[in-house]
Design a protein. Structure first.
Length: 300
């Protein structure tokens, strides 16, 4: 492996270990899940303030009357400039809901935007409603059941949320190319995950990897992206596929059109903040050898 590929692999490790953050002044409180079981959520007081400001903004702009894509873009723009911080969900102790709206990585940016947008569209705008919705998106079958229940692989995130009828994987309906999916990175590299010191968790993750790897996805190779831009809408979830062995998705964000061309709205590790890519998504992907194309999903 040459030096350039080694550096790229390290960056991917950081993405894959991300989704989580250290919080200074913590609040741990019960949040009711859909079946009325109580779980603990962890949030900084500033996160609750941000949530309230977003809901006030949504009410002022009457966002609930707009389409879901319009809501998503409005909420994503609210987060412009928010610092990028990796590993925001990795906490000691039992798995619990971690809420961090003041620091985001690429996955938590998408999760928070789609959860907030869903709440606004459904007019379920209490903080408890947001907790329930975030759990639905983040965990298998919408329930927290220890570390393996979190949807660690983004292809698994897509599959489970389509099963829950929260999203549609729209690229499966118009893309022409098969995505050669084979994931095993977590089970073969448990040293990168503190929680995988538990051998039972490693076995559970490995079993899930086998299931994910059997699923057939269609994807858009980056060489064909311009051809399929017309099938993508602003607010669509963009999952960037990778050729790195054992991994599925290298980066995620939202689609946004600038001057009628597709760009990526994302929490950027390089830019260190939530931003809209200066380059079109087509040009953005050209410069990254290991990025092979995209899978596209749409919020329902």
């Amino acid at each position: 492996m040459n030096y350039k590929n080694f550096i790229y692999l390290i960056i991917l490790f950081s993405f894959f270990l991300s989704c989580k953050n250290d919080i200074n002044s913590k609040n741990q409180n019960p949040a009711n899940t859909e079946d009325n079981n109580q779980v603990n959520y962890e949030a900084d007081s500033s996160d609750i303030i941000i949530f309230k400001k977003i809901m006030e903004y949504a009410q002022k702009k009457k966002l609930s009357n707009k389409t879901l894509p319009e809501i998503e873009i409005s909420i994503a723009k609210y987060f412009l400039g928010t610092p990028y911080v990796a590993h925001t969900l990795e906490k000691d102790g039992e798995e619990h809901l971690v809420i961090n709206l003041h620091e985001l990585d690429c996955t938590t940016f998408v999760e928070n935007v789609v959860s907030l947008s869903t709440c606004i569209k459904n007019k379920t705008t209490d903080f408890d409603d947001f907790c329930k919705t975030l759990i639905k998106f983040r965990y298998r079958n919408g329930k927290i059941d220890r570390y393996p229940s979190r949807l660690h692989y983004f292809t698994d995130w897509l599959l489970d949320n389509e099963k829950k009828q929260l999203i549609t994987i729209v690229s499966n309906s118009f893309a022409e190319d098969d995505f050669d999916l084979m994931v095993n990175f977590m089970s073969t590299h448990p040293q990168y995950y503190k929680q995988l010191e538990n051998d039972t968790f490693v076995k559970q993750i490995a079993e899930r990897e086998k299931i994910i790897s059997k699923v057939k996805f269609k994807f858009i190779p980056k060489q064909k992206l311009r051809q399929f831009e017309k099938n993508i809408q602003g607010g669509d979830i963009i999952a960037i596929t990778t050729s790195i062995k054992g991994l599925d998705i290298a980066h995620v964000g939202l689609a946004i059109f600038v001057d009628d061309r597709l760009h990526l709205f994302h929490a950027s590790s390089k830019g260190k903040k939530v931003m809209i890519s200066e380059k079109t998504l087509e040009d953005y992907l050209k410069n990254i050898t290991k990025d092979t194309g995209i899978i596209v999903a749409r919020l329902k």
